[in-house]
Design a binder for this molecule. Structure first.
Ligand SMILES: O=C(O)c1ccccc1NCC(=O)[C@H](O)[C@H](O)COP(=O)(O)O
Length: 266
């Protein structure tokens, strides 16, 4: 009998919806909206990425474990890790807040925002408007929207809602079909995932080939599977300056030096 391949992305989304339903029971959306401080200190994620042509901008990720790799570094303190990333010269911090598959939390995000001066990206599987308000209430500066998790209508609504409430948005795609699906919202920051989130197949050439198809004003961010200086340099040769890196920085014995090396700085 032919066994069907497990679609981990669909599984994560299903679980995320269950968790959000519980969160709504505990704290209704109106209460979350009331927690958003319109005077909160905003750090522009977009500006952090839009540096000079020669720059290599690293968004360093706090990632304890993952579906593809299992445990990476379970017992990390998010705030301390953020300070180390900042010392290495990261331009922003990505915090995985999904609890069940990545062991992250919004508490991690809040503590990172307090501990560092960098813009903070909420990296999660955002599938409801509730999570957008929740991100702003937790003081995130930017959110991730994954095209592969959302219908066109949701992508558009969540993108515009996030922008309206002062969040930058990293819109993630993996292939040309998803690239064509985001043309209407025309995002300024486009994450190109080297990892197929359904199969875990990863190739750094994916971001290189799709980045060439973006509009000139769109900032590409290469995500996933970037493990070495050579991976960064190869993508840089094809005009990519922004990299979101989790596992290899988390596993590094000296993240400050590793981030500096990736940036080509001493
Ligand atoms: O990392 C996974 O195994 C994974 C599986 C399913 C959905 C999402 C997943 N990761 C989220 C990410 O996008 C990565 O954490 C991020 O791009 C950094 O990747 P890496 O540098 O390879 O840790």
């Amino acid at each position: 009998m032919k066994t069907e391949q497990r679609n981990i992305l669909a599984e994560i989304v299903e679980r995320r919806l269950e968790l959000v339903a519980q969160d709504i029971q505990n704290k209704p959306i109106e209460a979350v909206k009331a927690e958003i401080d319109s005077e909160r200190p905003k750090r522009r994620f977009f500006t952090a990425l839009k540096q000079d042509f020669d720059a290599i901008n690293i968004i360093a990720e706090i990632k304890r474990r993952s579906p593809s790799k299992g445990i990476i570094k379970e017992s990390v303190d998010a705030a301390e890790t953020a300070k180390i990333y900042e010392e290495g010269g990261a331009c922003a911090i990505s915090v995985l807040t999904e609890p069940d598959y990545f062991n992250g939390s919004l508490e991690d995000l809040r503590s990172v925002k307090k501990a560092s001066t960098l813009p903070v990206l909420r990296k999660d599987f955002i599938v409801t408007e509730y999570q957008i308000y929740e991100s702003a209430a937790a003081n995130a500066d930017a959110v991730l929207l994954i095209a592969g998790c959302l219908e066109d209508r949701q992508l558009s609504e969540y993108y515009h809602l996030a922008r309206e409430i002062g969040l930058d948005v990293l819109v993630e795609i993996h292939d040309e079909t998803e690239l064509s699906r985001i043309s209407d919202i025309d995002p300024r920051i486009v994450g190109i995932n080297n990892r197929n989130l359904k199969t875990f197949e990863t190739s750094v050439s994916n971001a290189i080939s799709l980045a060439s198809k973006l509009e000139r004003y769109q900032l590409p961010v290469a995500l996933s599977g970037i493990n070495t200086i050579a991976d960064v340099q190869l993508s840089k040769n094809y005009g990519i300056s922004n990299f979101l890196i989790g596992e290899s920085i988390m596993r590094s014995t000296s993240p400050v030096e590793f981030i500096r090396d990736l940036r080509g700085k001493q």
